[in-house]
Design a protein around this ligand. Structure first.
Ligand code: CA
Ligand code: CA
Ligand code: CA
Ligand code: CA
Length: 323
């Protein structure tokens, strides 16, 4: 009877460092690739890890010599690696890993611009970022409307009209990444459009219906003011921003004096941009009798006549024929 020559146990070896692409100082890559065995090649060795030193294996036996682990908290951890060869002979080694700090920085964005209502800005927006961290801030990053991330090196501008998405985050000196924050930056530097629909230069009546069109493509029309000869005669506000009401698009001017009059339409959007348009017309001589009232008076007279006629006919029908 002969015994096979006994093999020797493998030699276990640990290397470690931050995992590639780590977003926290506690995300590590452990590497057992320098482990070896006299009889077996690296491919035939199996590995098992207890990275955080709590006495519980953090994985099953695996042929992969690398293992990613996130400690999640700061502290010093006793990491254990066990290596097994094809003879089921094992060996163990340890390493101590210190996670200094895991709290990400906190970044604040300050947007400076001329402000309107409901978050709308009517000027180019200037953005300043500032970040705080107990271990120190390494870098700040930002991007606008999903473009490539840019390293922050001082204030920057968002100038084009529109509802922009600003994102920003910082990384501390321990490689802890702050989750990106989002902020809406709404820029509207374009005034509303406004024009009168009524355009007759001469008006034969002292009652004039003035009609207009107005709109705003970005923040929306917030207010309409109509003035007659510099006196405000009509104010219109649509109300609640999210579900605005209808704005009037006409106004009846009555009892106008003969001669020239100017109406001014002033329209403002929610960002605070405004536009004014004017319309000048002349109430012709002899128009001081309001034709609308004249029409009412004539109609009333006709109605009275009609009622009187009906009453007279009914009365006549009820009268019995004379004997
Ligand atoms: Ca061996
Ligand atoms: Ca463990
Ligand atoms: Ca930190
Ligand atoms: Ca606008």
């Amino acid at each position: 009877m002969s015994l096979a020559a006994p093999g020797t146990p493998p030699v276990a070896h640990i290397e470690f460092g931050l995992a590639p692409g780590a977003t926290s100082a506690s995300q590590y890559l452990l590497d057992a690739s320098l482990s070896h065995d006299s009889e077996d090649s690296l491919e035939d060795l199996q590995f098992q890890w207890d990275v955080n030193g709590d006495g519980i294996w953090d994985c099953q036996w695996t042929y992969s010599p690398t293992f990613e682990y996130d400690f999640g908290i700061h502290g010093t951890f006793e990491s254990t690696l066990t290596v097994k060869d094809t003879d089921d002979m094992t060996n163990m080694t340890k390493a101590w890993i210190t996670v200094a700090e895991v709290d990400p920085p906190t970044t604040t964005a300050v947007v400076t611009a001329t402000e309107g209502q409901y978050g709308w800005l009517r000027s180019e927006a200037t953005v300043n970022l500032s970040a705080e961290d107990s271990s120190g801030v390494e870098n700040e990053y930002y991007r606008v409307d999903g473009s490539a991330w840019t390293e922050y090196s001082g204030e920057f501008q968002i100038s084009s009209d529109g509802e922009h998405e600003l994102e920003f985050y910082s990384v501390d000196t321990e490689s802890n990444h702050e989750p990106a924050q989002e902020m809406s930056v709404k820029v509207d530097t374009t005034p509303p459009s406004a024009s009168f629909v009524t355009d007759d230069l001469d008006q034969p009546s002292d009652t004039v219906l003035v009609e207009w069109d107005c709109s705003d493509a970005l923040s929306g029309v917030a207010m309409v003011k109509l003035s007659l000869d510099d006196w405000p005669v009509h104010w219109g506000v649509p109300g609640i921003y999210d579900s605005p009401g209808e704005l009037a698009t006409s106004y009846m001017l009555a009892n106008l004096d003969e001669g020239a009059h100017t109406v001014e339409l002033f329209v403002e959007d929610y960002a605070g941009n405004n536009v004014s348009v004017t319309y000048t017309f002349t109430v012709l001589p002899g128009a001081d009798v309001d034709t609308w009232w004249l029409w009412v008076a004539v109609s009333a007279a006709l109605a009275v006549t009609a009622v009187a006629t009906v009453a007279w006919s009914l009365r006549k029908r009820k009268t019995p024929p004379s004997a």
